[in-house]
Design a protein around this ligand. Sequence first.
Ligand code: MG
Length: 163
Amino acid sequence: MIENNAEPNIAKDWMIKRGVKLEEIAELVMLLQKPYHDDLSLERCLHNIDRVISKREVQNAILTGIQLDILAEKGLLEQPLQEFIKTDESLYGVDEILAFSIVNVYGSIGFTNFGYIDKIKPGVLNRLNNKETGEVHTFLDDIVGAIAAAASSRLAHRYEETE
Ligand code: MG
């Protein structure tokens, strides 16, 4: 898989513009991995997030998801998609499927992590799920969870290699 460092990371900029701080994703990684690694630092979590979002397939998923969130927020999608995404219709499911393409990047242990944080929705995920703001984050909440899950998997693999 190609890690493209040379180009500016527009996907990362979009995520930040939509109100997600990388430190908040790092806190999710911390939550997932701290039980296994006592010495884990926030910097190490941030580094792994950085590696995950430097991958082109991850950037493509971020750009696609955020674009659909923005269009739904502005009411610019055709029906029935407009309503599905605007209301975060639970049977829609394509938001999760798009997020799986991120989780998948570092192998299958990411899926367990993704399922876990999607269920308890800590920190930033709880905020993105607040339906009373008028903002639409139907895709972004799954994307953020997926980045945290993938970064956790990457981090776990690296620990295994160095121990
Ligand atoms: Mg969602």
